[in-house]
Write a protein that binds this ligand. Structure first.
Ligand SMILES: [Mg+2]
Length: 218
């Protein structure tokens, strides 16, 4: 009995530790203040300035790569190719599954300006573009229409999650999809995304991480 209690205490201590130590640099703050800070970041031009710098740097790095006819760059969609900022702000910076689906089906998310600039640069270099997004395949048509209307007119594939793939983490799923691309002969020279999970695992090439303060995906 005593040992069970000890194990229980150890277990709870570990659980508490795992809950609080995901990122020790993050301090708890008032939720309203946090939302105001996020809004100021996106609306003051800071987000655009940061993206512009990241893309300039990415282009400089790609300029140094020897390209082949199978060179490819993998793009994430949400908060990378397309912005959901206005939608997210409208609902108070939360996540409501049904509203998120409805929003995606509308297909009206605007392009993130500097990601589009990066895309245009890659197209001018005849580099293949592949979208890999955790969006459900059910919003595939709307997503394709949205991308094309925002100027992402040319891409080899739009890879979305099928229902039976929803259980694995974003990082694991994206890495598996990149592996499939490699087996098809693509040479992935870079990946661009707003979440660390877009850039985790193998076959990423240069990792281009855009800022994201709206949500966190594993
Ligand atoms: Mg994203």
């Amino acid at each position: 009995m005593k040992s069970l209690k000890i194990y229980t205490v150890i277990f709870l201590a570990l659980l508490l530790n795992s809950c609080t130590s995901t990122d020790p640099s993050i301090k708890v703050m008032n939720l309203g203040a946090a939302k105001n800070a996020v809004q100021a970041y996106y609306e003051s031009g800071e987000f655009d300035r940061e993206c512009a710098k990241i893309i300039d740097d990415a282009i400089n790095q790609i300029e140094k790569i020897k390209l082949t006819d199978k060179s490819a760059v993998v793009f994430d969609i949400d908060e990378t190719a397309l912005s959901n900022y206005e939608y997210t702000k409208q609902i108070g910076f939360g996540y409501i599954h049904q509203l998120w689906n409805e929003w995606q089906q509308k297909g009206i998310a605007p392009a993130i300006k500097d990601t589009k600039r990066f895309y245009d640069y890659l197209i001018s270099k005849n580099i293949h573009i592949i979208f890999i997004s955790g969006r459900n395949a059910g919003v595939g048509e709307a997503t394709k229409k949205n991308l094309i209307e925002q100027g992402y007119t040319k891409f080899d594939a739009l890879i979305l999650r099928k229902d039976n793939e929803s259980k694995i983490s974003a990082a694991e799923w994206k890495a598996a999809k990149r592996k499939e691309l490699i087996s098809k002969g693509y040479n992935i020279i870079a990946c661009i995304g707003d979440q660390d999970s877009d850039l985790a695992g193998g076959n990423t090439g240069i990792k281009i991480k855009l800022p994201s303060y709206l949500y966190l995906l594993d």
